[in-house]
Design a protein around this ligand. Sequence first.
Ligand code: FAD
Ligand code: SF4
Length: 508
Amino acid sequence: MAKLILILGDQLSLSLSALQVADKDTDIIVMAEVAEEGTYVRHHPKKIALILAAMRKFAEQLRAEGWTVAYTRLDDAENTGSIAEEILRRAAQSGADEVIATTPGEWRLIRHLQSLPLKVSLRPDTRFIATRADFNDWAEGRKQLRMEYFYRKMRRKTGLLMEGDNPAGGKWNYDQENRKAPPKDIRAPGPMQFTPDDETEEVLDLVERRFGDHFGDLRPFHFAVTRADALRAMAHFIRHGLPLFGDYQDAMMTGQKWLYHSVLSPYLNIGLLQPMELCVAAEEAWKAGDVPLNAAEGFIRQVLGWREFVRGIYFLEGEDYPQRNVLGHDRALPPLYWGAETGMHCLSQAVSQTREEAYAHHIQRLMVTGNFALLAGIDPQEVHEWYLAVYADAFEWVEAPNTVGMSQFADGGIVGSKPYVSSGAYINRMSDYCKSCAYSVSRKVGEGACPFNLLYWHFLDRHRERFSANPRMGNMYRSWDRMDAEKRAQILEEADAFLAGLEAGGTV
Ligand code: FAD
Ligand code: SF4
């Protein structure tokens, strides 16, 4: 009897494990554009368009390769609106009683599929470099899960940047060389951009009609929507971006949305690119002498280390992970995250480019929008939903550990050993933002003091019990304790006043 082979919008890879066991002659591939997936959080229109356009192209490719594809378009009259209902409809149409899928990257969808009144086989997602068993075996019995050690295991497993048993160049990590402030006249190449063809234009019109009221600019739309174009974007990055990727990895500059970042995560996360091919391309560029070791290592660490590590955490920790809130933060996400005016230039830069591009690079996400939310005590659930909605690369397996764990410390220290908090000084060191800000980064208190300066101490003070014994935070508490009592009281008072203003919905 025919089986249904489900392919989700982030599973657009010919190597997909579900396809490996399917029979071209008898089985039916089910792909569906459904309203539920576009609205369970209000995704950025560019993200929805990327996924729908890439799904349509992938379905065409599958048909060209001889597969039977039952494809539901968003506007089809019979569209039932959810993945589960679409599977049932296709099963009734075809008489199939079995569904094969590659395990989704989100507990919500796994549970939907498991609750279907059909035989459902979920196959492992083999597009990752670490299997779930690799990660779980490594994690078992460890008191603390630290990415750096997992990364070393992955270097050994893959042989990437290895010279025998030793890391290439003698060190596992070249991060010390990767924290340069950018020169004023920096001219970063930016990602390769693509002009939408007629089919993609059709998707853009559809997304405009159906999701035009979501936060984010749909046009101009420049993402690649096929593997062939994603491969071009990858080659462009390796040649033009990677050589300086390491040096300016943590830098931020007004009006410079991309710097030397790859902007390949949307393609990786929907399956147009594979993580291993990206790592191999970076390693080859280093071997050929085209990029320095600190760049190749820094980049490979993100893909082979962080990306695989956070996925391991997501599945190891289980379904309640995105709801965790160990710091008890409960303030509402302020309107400035949705583009309301703010005098804080760093936040306005990060949010406006997020609206325009459905993209911000890691340090903007971590040390600007994330840092501010953590310092201000925003409810991590609201922060999580914001990140999941606004970035083109956001899928829960990767977004939740980064947001709930790394950025908000809401998991109590599973992803990171200390909270990523900083005063304005860090942002000033790594960017040119402070020069154009309504606030003064050098002012610690009083009129015009940078809110990050006030909130930083407020955060440390209100979480003293939890963090003062953390060996990586002792210096911070010693600096706070050395300040005279009057100044400390003033900082806390001004921070409270700022937070009250934020809560009242005023412009900050
Ligand atoms: P580059 O800087 O060019 O890095 C290369 C690749 O490394 C990326 O494409 C990505 O695949 C991988 N990578 C780098 N850092 C991480 C990381 N911490 N976790 C996983 N992969 C990483 N990444 C997502 O893919 N989806 C998300 O939803 C997401 N949400 C985030 C939320 C927060 C609060 C933070 C702090 C980070 C988040 N990240 C997320 C990680 C990282 O910011 C993005 O992967 C990166 O900015 C993507 O841009 P890029 O392709 O230009 O990355
Ligand atoms: Fe951001 Fe403070 Fe700098 Fe303004 S002064 S850009 S708020 S860090």
